[in-house]
Ligand binder design. Structure first.
Ligand code: PLP
Length: 809
């Protein structure tokens, strides 16, 4: 199917007229977006159908990636690119006097995730399809995504993100594949005359799960996989029982918003409902699909891999048990063997508060049959392990503990594989967080360092850089990322370095224009662009960054004639609505921005820009323009990070603690080409263990630090209402949980090293080039290949030499 420009033009005009009943010349940008999206969806639909059919025909094992979050980003450009028709479309639209770029901007960016975990899921979808691996996503079609963030007087305000307002052109509502999900009521087991127990239910809340399927387009390989997002509705046959909106609410709320406020009982219950809803619908539809393979049920693990992305979908384990026993009538032992072989689990965090635990009473009431199964899994686990491992290990690894269901324990016990997401993180899981499990099941543990798709984050986000790499080393790196290392050969080539520097400057100019447009702040594109973009969290330490900015500000004020390397500090971050401290940090940074940006003594030497509503589309604009990527979490706290990889791949130098995947980045790029500072994970553990850290002492003895900290509360920063004092108190009086003050000095030193290097542009650009050329190991194509080979045991289904073939790492 080779589309020509002329064919596109004719078909597009017809498409537009069919949809809107007037000529394309009269269309709005939104209408063009809709028409173009539908055009592309029609174009790919044959591949979508054929991919699905070919997997069944070949009896292919399929992966189902269960995730409560996906952050796919806009899909128009990405789909056209992967299909190989982007340039044709662009050319055709230009001939029609339309701008592809403006049309693409009209797409809503689905914020169905919080951050790294959801974006990882979407990078994985892209790599699965591009590697010709049968891999599907399973998640929730939240009617409103994560909130839209606005700043009012520097404070974060959350408003609903109505991303479906203008219709989602990519999804297909699939009425054929709906499932029924039951909540609450009473359940009991009754022996029947066929020789097994039957589960009987009464007074349940029945919810219809309706799948919306979205194509996940592979890179130039004619493969289109499926992302299935579920929506909750009233079962058709029960419609007559529902009369008012209030009566419908318990159903419609299930898929209304992502992460409802879980600080109260009602909110938590809703979240648990969401988890089971997604899991039950997903597992039911997988088992139904499995029947098409016509093989015995014992072969389920040869045909299906269910991946549990963090603990949120861990109820897939008891749900699969339920279906295999109650509906497929297998015995407990048969069902358990299949379940364990089918399921695998990724841990994403060591933060205690993020390790899910559900009150037993809540689980029992909402999911009575599932709770019965969990109780039995736990009973058998304890019975088996008590004599072998003794009291301490057994009780510490049990699923039911002190009135709660420990979801991480359920996930580990019910899976054949448990992985962390960077080497250090996996080590910490094995030596600390899941250490007792590591003793029981050492063979289950493995590391799979996260990755990113270069297609979205380099090829599309940074077309000039991509064209330069193509020109220098050919295009093979796009299908085989390891080739990118050939680019290292140009580190001494002056002409190439000039080109890399010019591309960065162009990207910075574009971002500078955008900053002026949306924030009204003028920034100098030749200043060093220093970027920290990620969720706002105390462990990620945006406040350390803020202290450094304050330090710079005070230095310039004290020494106005001293030459400084001008910097633009750029932030993007949402805080959880109920996370007060994170919101205080946002307010403080916004107020520092007001102070700095409006001080005539400061001019271009220092600017601070905090973008509203950080998300994938904003990331695509910021990342290609970054000179420094801030990865400054307290060592041991960040599982992997992925913005670090995206920034590096676009030539930013990393300012980093030895945390998460920063360590691997340092190893690949070399320690001369990264700025490392701060405590190591071991030092952090030691300081915590011997309780010797006294942050107040640092405040009292370090004059530089004291000046900066005092500025938080002495009126230097205008517009604060106690937020600066709150941060001051946490750092000085409440002993600084995340060792911000302890790392401050070495952070400032590292930042000074960065200034000195930036003053030597060629040297800086050489390191930037080395970062670009060393980024291939962080391609999600490799990560997915490892999951496929080691955990899922799924194959790539090539029909020729098309697609991505990351063979020689
Ligand atoms: N949010 C978005 C939109 C992203 O693209 C990323 C980057 O990977 C993240 C959050 C996660 O950032 P980090 O890995 O720095 O926490």
């Amino acid at each position: 199917m080779n589309l020509t420009v002329q064919e596109f033009i004719e078909e597009y005009k017809t498409q537009f007229q069919t949809m809107f009943a007037y000529s394309y010349e009269e269309g709005t940008t939104e209408q063009h977006y809709t028409a173009l999206g539908i055009f592309i969806k029609n174009y790919l639909s044959r591949h979508w159908k054929e991919t699905r059919e070919s997997y069944i025909k070949e009896g292919a094992k399929q992966v189902y990636y269960f995730s409560m979050e996906f952050l796919p980003g806009r899909q128009l450009r990405n789909n056209a690119y992967n299909l190989g028709i982007l340039d044709i479309i662009k050319e055709g639209l230009t001939e029609l006097d339309l701008s592809f770029d403006s049309i693409a901007e009209a797409e809503a960016d689905p914020a169905l995730g919080n951050g790294g975990l959801g974006r990882l899921a979407s990078c994985f979808m892209d790599s699965l399809a591009s590697l010709s691996i049968p891999g599907n996503g399973n998640g929730i079609r939240y009617q409103y995504g994560l909130f839209r963030q606005k700043f009012v007087d520097g404070y974060q305000v959350e408003v609903p993100e109505n991303w479906l307002r203008n219709r989602n052109v990519w999804e297909t509502r699939n009425n054929k594949s709906t499932c029924l999900v039951r909540f609450g009521g009473n359940v009991w087991l009754e022996p029947n005359d066929k020789g097994y127990y039957e589960a009987k239910y009464e007074n349940t809340l029945n919810v219809l799960a309706v799948p919306y399927d979205t194509p996940m387009v592979g890179y130039r390989n004619n493969k289109v996989n499926n992302l299935r997002l579920w929506s909750a509705e009233i079962p058709v046959e029960e419609e007559a029982n529902y009369h008012t909106l209030d009566e419908i609410q318990p159903i419609s709320e299930i898929t209304q918003v992502l992460y409802p406020d879980d600080s109260n009982y009602e909110g938590q219950l809703l979240r648990l409902k969401q988890e089971y809803f997604m899991v039950s619908a997903g597992v039911q539809s997988i088992i139904r699909h499995f029947r098409k393979y016509n093989v015995p049920r014992k072969n389920i693990p040869d045909k299906i891999a269910i991946h549990i992305n963090d603990t949120h979908p861990a109820l897939a384990i008891p749900e699969l048990m339920r279906i295999l026993m109650d509906e497929e009538h297998l015995t407990w032992d048969q069902a358990w063997e299949i379940t364990q072989k089918t399921c695998s689990y990724t841990n994403h965090t060591i933060l205690r508060e993020a390790l899910e635990k559900w009150p037993i009473d809540m689980m029992k009431e909402l999911l009575p049959r599932i709770y019965m199964i969990i109780e039995e899994i736990n009973r058998r686990f304890v019975d088996y392990h008590l004599p072998l491992y003794g009291e301490r290990i057994t009780w510490q690894t049990a699923i039911l503990q002190n009135g709660v269901v420990n979801m991480a324990h359920l996930a580990v016990i019910g899976s054949h594989s448990v992985n962390g997401v960077a080497k250090l993180h996996t080590d910490i899981l094995m030596s600390d967080v899941l250490k007792d499990f590591f003793e029981i099941y050492p063979e289950r543990f493995n590391n799979k360092t996260n990755g990113i798709t270069q297609r979205r984050w380099v090829h599309l986000a940074n077309p000039e850089l991509t064209a330069l790499i193509d020109e220098k080393i050919g295009e093979e790196w796009k299908r085989n990322p390891a080739e990118l290392k050939v680019f290292k050969g140009f580190e001494q080539d002056e002409e190439t370095l000039k080109q890399v520097a010019e591309i960065k400057l162009n990207n910075k100019k574009r971002l500078a224009d955008y900053i002026e447009e949306v924030k009204g702040i003028q920034v100098n594109p030749r200043a060093l662009f220093d970027v920290q973009i990620k969720r706002l969290h105390a462990y990620k330490r945006q406040h350390l960054n803020a202290l450094h900015i304050l330090h710079r500000y005070l230095e310039i004020k004290r020494n106005p004639d001293k030459e400084v390397v001008p910097r633009v500090f750029i932030f993007g971050a949402k805080a959880a609505p109920s996370y007060v401290y994170a919101k205080q940090i946002i307010k403080v940074i916004n107020s520092i921005a007001d102070l700095v940006n409006n001080d005539p003594d400061i001019g271009d030497k220092l600017k601070v820009v905090f973008f509203e509503n950080y998300g994938v589309s904003l990331a695509e604009k910021i990342i290609p323009a970054a000179d420094i990527g801030e990865q400054i979490s307290l060592a041991s706290m960040e599982a992997s990070g992925t913005s670090n990889m995206k920034l590096m791949a676009n030539g930013a130098l990393t300012m980093a603690t030895l945390d998460g995947a920063n360590i691997e980045i340092k190893d690949f790029v070399g320690e001369d080409n990264i700025f490392i500072f701060g405590l190591t994970d071991k030092e952090v553990y030691e300081l915590k263990a011997n309780q010797s850290y006294q942050s107040k002492e640092l405040y009292e003895t370090n004059e530089q630090l004291r000046r900066v900290l005092d500025a938080l509360k002495d009126g230097t920063i205008p517009g604060l209402n106690g937020e600066g004092s709150a941060i001051f108190d946490s750092l000085v009086h409440y002993n600084d949980e995340y060792f911000v003050l302890k790392d401050f000095e070495s952070y400032v030193d590292a930042q000074n090293r960065a200034d000195a290097l930036y003053a030597k542009p060629m040297e800086w650009t050489r390191k930037s080039l080395l970062n670009i050329a060393s980024s291939a190991p962080f391609s999600a194509d490799y990560t997915i290949k490892r999951y496929a080979d080691d955990i899922w045991k799924v194959k790539q289904y090539f029909t020729g030499d098309e697609g991505v073939q990351p063979l020689d790492e």
